[in-house]
Design a protein around this ligand. Structure first.
Ligand code: IVH
Length: 722
């Protein structure tokens, strides 16, 4: 070879400084052209692999000759390697998940509920978009004045991880948008195609690196790399399907908005269609289902969204899902395998849950070795209604069982094959004592579940309660996750929630001792004590949820916190109710004599089951004492009103009679969004009664009590000024 090798073929190690400079200039130009061809002309001039290879080469040269890095360097889109972990980004508009539909009837019901909420007749035209549900991970991209400023993962919906540097390496994500609103958050799904996934796994295996179970994991693992050059080398893609904050609407319809996103340079899914009702939606679902295997990427269902954006905004949101959209999931995937054993797990509320230990089997691309068996009736072939299930066939260790898995649903044992039952297989004997603490495990009337009666003396219950206490919706203490509390529990450092807050004090030299432990250094120990102290101030609803009281979920915790404002008032009322007879809903006379029950049941979202459960927790001496110890450590804050400065914030509102401009559910949701409490019955604590035509005894009672009463128009005028 007489010719000097062309700069673009020369191994980076062999490049002279002069050639390196030339090569960086060439790469900057080629990559800029490729980006332009891809994003604005929709006509890529390089394959993804070629593009990625050039980007990697550019990074490599810059690493060898840092002083040659150009001001228009393509790797500035990638930026530097983050120091440690990802920073957090609070989403301007929460990133929610979707409610699921599994059957055609669920789709009909979805349409019916929307019509009901909006007060539309069965014949009013109501169209929906239908599009594939991409099985990847969602990402929010914030553009300001047309420039990408940050990218965040969904995280817990409120706060995600800042993965901007990595997102900039994804070719489907434009850096600049022409003609976009000044502020625009584009949301969509990052995913990996089947071909790219296979190729990546082959490369990983050849390099002795870890391989991925499925394209979704590969996409997630690739996006969440601290070293963005690794992300850059992974062929990720992005479909846009939604938006968060924006300064100007994209359109007045969902489909129009999607088209607008496509015009701005995003990839949108070509299988998106407009449907005029449940029949058309289900037909489109079947069409997409038939193409599923040949699409080249994973989808796990079809998402339907109300097309009219004004209706979407009236429908609004439940706590974690929009009312205007639903995911219609593909049917579950099935496989057969052998049941090797049954383990019993003990949960936070003492529930004994049987878990199937399976001979590992691949179900829908994931290796499954555990599955739920629900409860003892399920194993025995009895249904919840007392009838039989699986034709009465019981499940025995050694049986050949059918495993079912749908999306993220925990796999379950659905059926058994009697013809393959080993002769020696014995009916399963469900334990009547707790396998963890030997306390009796009993089933109460009407409860399908057998529960350990050991309470806090049962280590399994205590650990699960602690894990719940530190979980996301509860105290969410940074650095103190399930693994750490389990370790502290095992070592005897933390037996109950209060101990978390006395950890530092009890181990005067706590820091020193913690530092000596495996996995802890001075910095992490310091951070932990700081994180614990930070959570001494806690919102009342988080505290209530964190206690792990049965039936007390996040929504009910908010309802209680909104109503009672502080711990003492709640405790007083529960104590009062504990001394009263448990009332039947209809026993009006008794209700009047039982103010504790009456007050609790008047709270929207609080039912009899929860009241029983609150009473059980508050009258259990050990549990009550542990609450008291915890409260000594805390500074409990009231629940923040959703909006603090509206005319109805903090007020208790009751709706009665028929409303004409909006449905009852909508009225309630709007009132709550403005910070009001909505109660079901009028009492001295009611601030405002909204009475439509036909209002009866509630209006009368409000008049007697001198409570302000408005008609629907008056109410709308009040809140529209908000
Ligand atoms: S809409 C407010 N559309 O599914 C709702 N989501 O199970 C915004 N997903 O978190 C979501 N494909 O990650 C929407 N075409 C699609 C989707 C989609 C996949 C994901 C998304 C969401 C999850 C909910």
């Amino acid at each position: 070879m007489t010719d000097a090798p062309k700069p673009n073929d020369t191994a980076v190690d062999a490049l002279s400084e002069k050639h390196a400079g030339q090569e960086l200039a060439r790469l900057a130009e080629v990559l800029a052209r490729a980006n332009d061809a891809y994003h604005t002309q929709d006509a890529p001039d390089l394959t993804d692999a070629e593009y990625d290879a050039l980007k990697r080469r550019n990074t490599k040269i810059e690493t060898r000759f840092p002083h040659l890095k150009r001001s228009d360097s393509p790797s500035d889109q990638v930026g530097a390697v983050a120091a440690a972990g990802f920073q957090k980004i609070t989403h301007a508009v929460a990133m929610l998940s979707l409610w699921n539909a599994f059957t055609d009837d669920d789709v009909v019901e979805f349409d019916r509920a929307i019509r009901k909420y909006l007060g539309l007749s069965a014949i009013t035209e109501l169209t929906y978009t239908a599009e594939p549900k991409i099985d990847g991970l969602s990402l929010s991209l914030r553009y300001e004045n047309g420039a990408l400023v940050h990218a965040a993962t969904r995280g817990d919906g409120a706060t995600g991880e800042n993965v901007t540097t990595n997102a900039r390496t994804i070719a489907d994500i434009p850096e600049e948008l022409a003609g976009a609103p000044d502020l625009l958050e584009v949301r969509g799904e990052v995913y990996m195609s089947h071909v790219d996934f296979e190729a990546l796994n082959t490369r990983q295996a050849e390099a002795g690196d870890k391989t991925f179970a499925n394209p979704r994991n590969a996409a997630a693992g690739s996006l969440r790399q601290l070293d963005a050059t690794i992300t850059a080398a992974r062929p990720l893609r992005f479909f846009a399907y939604a938006w968060g904050a924006l300064s100007q609407p994209l359109s007045d319809t969902q489909l129009g908005a999607i088209d607008r996103l496509a015009e701005l340079g995003f990839q949108t899914n070509p299988l998106t269609a407009l449907c005029d009702g449940p029949d058309a939606m289900v037909a489109h679902f079947r069409k997409i289902e038939a193409q599923r295997a040949t699409l080249g990427y994973d989808i796990d269902g079809v998402v339907y969204k109300v097309n009219d954006l004004a209706w979407q905004s009236r429908l609004g949101f439940r706590s974690t899902t929009p009312r205007w959209a639903i995911a219609h999931k593909f049917p579950a995937e099935l496989a057969w395998t052998r049941l090797d054993g049954i383990d019993i797990q003990v949960g936070r509320t003492g529930a004994l849950s049987p878990v199937a230990r399976l001979h590992p089997v691949t179900v829908g691309g994931v290796v499954v070795s555990n599955a739920t068996l629900h409860n003892e009736d399920y194993i025995a072939g009895r249904g919840a209604d007392g009838g039989t299930i699986r034709d009465g066939k019981d499940i025995r260790v050694g049986d050949w069982v059918q495993v079912y898995r749908a999306g993220d649903v925990i796999p379950k044992v659905a059926d058994i094959d009697l013809s393959k039952r080993p002769d020696a297989a014995q009916p399963y004997d469900f334990p009547e004592t707790c396998p963890q603490c030997d306390s009796p495990a009993v089933r109460e009337d009407g409860d399908a579940v057998r529960r350990c009666t050991g309470g806090l003396i049962c280590p399994a219950q205590a650990i699960e309660k602690l894990k719940h206490f530190v979980s996301r919706g509860a105290f969410d203490i940074e650095g103190l996750g399930a693994k750490q509390v389990e370790q502290f529990f095992t070592d005897g450092w933390v037996k109950e929630p209060a101990h978390i807050f006395t950890l530092n004090a009890r181990y005067g030299s706590g820091l020193q001792q913690l530092q000596n432990r495996e996995g802890w250094g001075q910095k992490s120990a310091n951070n932990l004590f700081q994180a614990i102290d930070d959570k001494r101030q806690i919102a009342f609803n988080r505290l209530l949820f964190g206690l792990g009281i049965r039936h007390l979920g996040e929504a009910a915790a908010k309802d209680l916190a909104r109503h009672f404002v502080d711990w003492a008032s709640l405790a007083q009322t529960v104590d009062l109710a504990a001394g009263e007879p448990a009332l039947k809903d209809t026993a009006k006379a008794a209700l009047d004599q039982s103010p504790g029950w009456q007050e609790l049941l008047s709270i929207d979202g609080v039912g009899r089951t929860l009241v029983h459960s609150l009473i059980a927790a508050f009258t259990n001496n050990e549990e009550r004492a542990s609450f008291d110890r915890l409260l000594k450590e805390l500074d409990v804050q009231p629940l923040e009103a959703a909006s603090a400065d509206t005319p109805v914030a903090g007020k208790t509102v009751v709706f009665t009679g028929s409303l004409e401009k909006m449905t009852r559910a909508e009225a309630k949701a709007r009132a709550e969004a403005l910070g009001a409490k909505v109660a079901g019955s009028v009492s001295a604590k009611t601030d405002l009664l909204v009475a439509g035509p036909g209002a009866g005894s509630k209006a009368k009672k409000a008049a007697e009590l001198g409570i302000e009463t408005l008609d629907e128009d008056g109410w709308l005028a009040l809140i529209n000024d908000a």
